[in-house]
Design a protein around this ligand. Structure first.
Ligand code: PEP
Length: 253
């Protein structure tokens, strides 16, 4: 791995203030694991408190509304998230695409709003099991990338891609290391097509989907994997730190 591995925890709709103790423990341990860039995306209600508790790791959001403000009851703008302490926002997670019918165009609009607010963005893509079985995984993901990624001068350095096969999220199933490598190489090509060879080479591509302490080393060693987006296993400091330690060891190669 050329850059520091980037390990991001996505707490999804989990966590009340009682969980801040986990964030604190992760932050304390991260101090000793400087070879890894660690971040947490707690629910929006905990962003401000997490930022105050955890001073070393990155803190981000899981979604935003694309508009600056207005009559959008229950929604939160990128600027509001940044004001609460977020340094990045995840957009296009498959649970948002499925639960809220978000299209690639919606995801791109959100990504643009995130960048306009001054935050970095993690753009999620990934195929369903049906699409993989039909041999369409790479073409589906390429199409998502072309339609979801924000473009423009200086944008590439603020963008991270997370490849998350829908069928691997929360299921305990993962693609093979070879399949992850093949997909990440394909993503790299598409990203370089969008941002140019040099800028596209610097975009981090995370793998996400059932990453756990016991499979992290293997998954992180796959070709072109720059880190992981972790759901369930990021909910306790103990399991998340197991992944971070594996990433620190992978980063030494
Ligand atoms: C996710 O939701 O981004 C995710 C990867 O979840 P899990 O690690 O639980 O599969």
């Amino acid at each position: 791995m050329a850059q520091r591995p980037y390990i991001v925890g996505n707490w999804k709709m989990h966590g009340t203030r009682a969980m801040l103790a986990e964030a604190r423990a992760i932050d304390r341990a991260a101090e000793r694991l400087i070879k890894v860039e660690v971040a947490l995306a707690p629910p929006a209600t905990l962003i401000h408190a997490t930022r105050k508790e955890a001073t070393l790791i990155g803190v981000g959001a899981q979604d935003c509304h694309p508009a600056d403000g207005g009559a959008h009851t229950g929604d939160i703008s990128a600027a509001m998230l940044k004001d609460a302490g977020a340094g990045f926002t995840i957009v296009g997670h498959s649970e948002r695409r499925a639960d809220h019918g978000e299209s690639d165009a919606d995801v791109k609009a959100k990504a643009e709003a995130v960048l306009a607010s001054g935050m970095n963005v993690i753009v999620c893509v990934g195929e369903t099991e049906e699409q993989r079985d039909a041999g369409k995984a790479e073409s589906v993901v390429a199409k998502q990338l072309k339609a979801s990624l924000p473009t423009g001068e200086g944008v590439a350095e603020k963008v991270t891609v997370a490849y998350e096969p829908v069928w691997a999220i929360g299921t305990g199933r993962t693609p093979t290391v070879d399949d992850i490598g093949a997909m990440h190489r394909s993503i790299r090509k598409v990203v370089q097509g969008i941002y140019g060879d040099e800028d596209g080479a610097g975009v981090r591509i995370l793998y996400g989907g059932s990453v756990k302490p016991d499979n992290a080393a293997e998954l992180l060693a796959a070709d072109e994997v720059g880190g992981a987006l972790v759901g369930g296993a990021s909910l306790t400091a103990e399991s998340f730190l197991g992944i971070i330690v594996a990433a620190a060891e992978a980063g030494e190669d």
